[in-house]
Design a protein. Structure first.
Length: 127
């Protein structure tokens, strides 16, 4: 799926710090914890809690955030639709990575079991 250049630029320039509180609010509203959110973010990006806080404090863009991340080798197993986009069809790598994170947060908020969210490559499903 082709996203527009404007959309891709908007995603690249958005700061992680501006979206992070929304992630926290979304998962906590549904009974999940900030610690579980961090576990999901760590699985996807390789960032530990201290690194994550530093990136928030520095107000890095998603472009910088994912440039510094070590993407989980199973991230490609994150499939399905989020925000009207089928993740596996998004051509722009950065936009796809942001949507990976959105999808994981969404699954956490929906009560999906952590072992299913943290895909291990053993034939996990898509939604």
């Amino acid at each position: 799926m082709n996203t527009t250049d404007t959309h891709n630029q908007r995603m690249a320039k958005m700061t992680f710090a501006s979206v992070y509180p929304m992630y926290v609010a979304k998962v906590e509203k549904k009974g999940r914890t900030k610690e579980e959110l961090h576990e999901v973010i760590t699985w996807l990006t390789g960032f530990n809690d201290d690194q994550l806080q530093e990136l928030i404090n520095e107000k890095v863009t998603f472009e910088t955030f994912f440039q510094q991340a070590t993407l989980n080798p199973n991230a490609h197993l994150i499939t399905g639709t989020i925000c009207g986009y089928r993740i596996e069809e998004i051509d722009n790598p950065l936009t796809r990575q942001v949507r990976y994170l959105d999808k994981l947060v969404d699954e956490l908020a929906k009560g999906r079991k952590m072992e299913k969210i943290l895909r291990d490559g053993n034939g996990l499903f898509s939604t």
